[in-house]
Design a binder for this molecule. Structure first.
Ligand code: URA
Length: 271
């Protein structure tokens, strides 16, 4: 411990001796000044500073505002109206830039089945398998849908299948209302061009989008509603989505009741 300001303690002496030894080992054998100097900083100060080169002129695009929902709806409606056939509608969708899902999806998943069918089935949106293959309902939910149809004597030759949104939402999330409404004019036109006699809404997204209802799916499933096809009313039935049934197999009994309703109506119209 230091007794006064000039004396050093044994510990301090030991530390100083250790420091000197370390200097010697590092090759420091001459004291040039009483104060330490930062030579690197001094060197930097001496260096004549070169002026920074001028930044290359970057051609920046004019800032573009994202089109409003109204403008998107307007362009979707015009594009959909312009299509006189399903092939033209498909081409219009391929050219449509108003739905952001297009940027993350692999491809457009337009439809499957028979465009001449009397029964049109509308699901929610493509999943991973559909996105890869380019056809709706080809994954596990699709296989269950095929079994459900087979249970009432139908297959893909008897139905036309599409989704309210034709691009896969990332991670199979539910499409947002903005995404759904951007695609709605195309879906409505697709229904008009197929002109089915029966519409089947599979799950809540299709039901809410096409029938404009907020009622819970368990309350409205299995009952007949009306779809307004540009002024012409067509019968529409709400059924549980096969992806939901895969998660809730105990609810398959409801799907069976709904399928029987569908079969009755299909018989009535001669299917
Ligand atoms: N679920 C849907 O709603 N649509 C498909 O195409 C596949 C799974």
């Amino acid at each position: 411990m230091a007794n006064n300001s000039n004396s050093v303690s044994t510990d301090e002496a030991k530390a100083l001796a250790w420091l000197l030894r370390w200097y010697a080992e590092m090759g420091v054998d001459l004291a040039v000044d009483a104060e330490p100097h930062n030579r690197f900083a001094e060197k930097d100060l001496q260096k004549p500073r070169r002026p920074a080169p001028p930044e290359p002129a970057i051609q920046r695009p004019e800032p573009r505002l994202a089109p409003s929902a109204d403008a998107t709806a307007q362009s979707a409606t015009e594009a959909a109206r312009a299509a006189q056939t399903l092939d033209e509608l498909r081409a219009e969708l391929l050219a449509f830039e108003g739905c952001t899902l297009k940027a993350t999806a692999t491809q457009l998943v337009f439809a499957d089945g028979n465009p001449e069918a009397d029964i049109m089935i509308v699901g929610e949106a493509p999943g991973a398998d559909e996105d890869r293959i380019g056809r709706p309902f080809v994954g596990r939910a699709g296989q269950l849908l095929d079994k459900m149809l087979a249970a009432i004597g139908l297959d893909r030759r008897h139905v036309y299948i599409a989704n309210v949104v034709p691009w896969r939402p990332p991670g199979n999330r539910t499409p947002t209302p903005i995404e759904t409404s951007a695609c709605l004019p195309f879906m409505r036109r697709q229904i008009e061009l197929v002109h089915p006699k029966i519409l089947v809404c599979l799950g809540a997204a299709a039901t809410q989008t096409l029938l404009g209802t907020r009622e819970g799916i368990m309350r409205i499933r299995g009952r007949w509603h009306e779809y307004d096809m540009e002024g012409e009313k067509i019968p529409a039935i709400v059924m549980l989505h096969p992806a939901y049934l895969l998660r809730q197999p105990s609810h398959k009994k409801f799907a069976w009741q709904d399928l029987r309703e569908l079969a009755k109506m299909a018989n009535k119209i001669g299917n």
